[in-house]
Design a protein around this ligand. Structure first.
Ligand code: MRU
Length: 373
């Protein structure tokens, strides 16, 4: 099995998703700037995977920062966090990971204040040795935290699989859009994790994968990883989904998410909204699988979610080959928002949430004294 992303001493290693399925090659980002570029250029993509990359990018930047004291390291942390935060705006997991790394940094500082106080009889020693020791501890802690973000993401996906598999019937066909699989996460996947879990329970599940114009995550990535796992997959172009639903060929839709508002509105890959409306019209359940790190309770509705507008060139050409006249105007919103009324249920690592989401989503965070946010 491939590894989407991992920490190595040489840097952050990731499978290059721009080159799949033709080539399975890995890149090692040796600086945080290279990690930021990899996120921006979609070498790594998918909300939870972007979160892991952000955490590892910060750990890498702090490890290699030239700062001579903690104040300098703290300033460098903010520069790194800013660069990482400016890569892609929609997936909340990126900002969640930055916040989490900042908290880890601050916790080390808090521990140090206590250590300095205990050394108060020798202030010089406290201010010099403790400073160097603290820098080393912050670096080690951030590397550990980034690896924890990865491990927790995989565990969350597996838990989502357990909760979500019960929703998929034996001998059914499930449609998915974009790629919400192992490639989009630390591993296993959110939407595809639910499918993997159902298959693991012995259910016969067929997957219909939307091609997902213009970046072709469905064709290039979902079809690739499901075929690798021997899960039956049929590729369709985006405009075929309604046809198959109308003919009774699809029993459920399951997708991932980039950000979920407090009312249950879901931002996901462009075209998801269309699929949700079609599913509603065809009385097919529309499920969204996402970890709690994708839920943004700070925003009331999906109207507040920033939608990334990518280069129109990605619409006008593929692989360098023009697919439209050079001088035509094109637009490329990379995500859309599905209103919560179309969402049958949200599958998370803490269980399945249903409407009213303004009640069921906060309850997930309260559950077991959450340390998620
Ligand atoms: O532009 P991308 O490829 O990063 O968009 C990815 C998606 O929209 C996924 O469906 C979403 O991030 C969920 S991934 C588990």
């Amino acid at each position: 099995m491939f590894k989407t992303i991992e920490w190595t001493d040489a840097g952050v290693r990731m499978i290059d998703q721009t080159r799949l399925p033709a080539e399975e090659v890995y890149v090692i980002c040796q600086t945080y700037q290279e990690v930021a570029k990899a996120i921006r250029e979609m070498v790594i993509r998918g909300a939870p995977a972007i979160g892991v990359a952000a955490a590892m990018g910060i750990a890498l930047g702090v490890r290699d920062a030239r700062a001579e004291d903690v104040a300098g390291l703290s300033a460098e942390f903010e520069r790194i966090a800013k660069t990482i935060s400016q890569t892609r705006p929609t997936a909340i997991n990126l900002f969640w990971a930055v916040r989490r790394m900042r908290r880890a940094f601050d916790e080390c500082m808090g521990d140090n204040t206590k250590a300095a106080q205990s050394n108060a009889s020798n202030p010089e020693l406290a201010s010099m040795a403790a400073e160097l020791d603290l820098i080393a501890r912050i670096r080690a802690r951030l590397i550990e935290e980034a690896q924890r973000v990865l491990a927790e993401d995989v565990a969350a996906n597996q838990a989502m699989g357990v909760h979500g598999a019960a929703l998929l019937a034996d001998d059914s066909t499930v449609l998915t859009h974009c790629n919400a699989g192992a490639l989009a996460t630390g591993g296993y996947g959110t939407a595809l994790g639910v499918i993997r879990a159902a298959v693991g329970q012995g259910k016969r599940i067929q997957v219909f994968a939307d091609e997902t114009r213009p970046f072709l995550q469905g064709a290039r990535l979902t079809a690739w990883e499901l075929a690798k796992d021997h899960i039956p997959v049929t590729l369709i172009t985006d405009n075929m989904a309604g046809h198959f639903m109308q003919r009774g060929k699809i029993q459920a839709v399951i997708v991932g998410a980039d950000r979920i508002a407090a009312n249950g509105d879901v931002a996901n890959k462009i075209g998801t909204y269309t699929v949700a409306v079609l599913a509603h019209e065809s009385a097919i359940p529309f499920y969204v699988a996402a970890p709690l790190s994708t839920i943004d309770l700070a925003i009331a509705t999906g109207a507040e979610i920033p939608i990334e507008e990518r280069s129109a060139e990605e619409v006008k050409r593929w692989g360098g080959v023009p697919t439209a006249p050079e001088n035509v105007e094109a637009r490329h919103p990379a995500f859309d928002v599905t209103p919560h009324r179309y969402v049958t249920a949200l599958i998370t690592e803490r269980g399945v949430a249903r409407a009213p989401y303004t009640e069921s989503l906060p309850a997930l965070f309260r559950f077991q004294g959450s340390s998620v946010r």
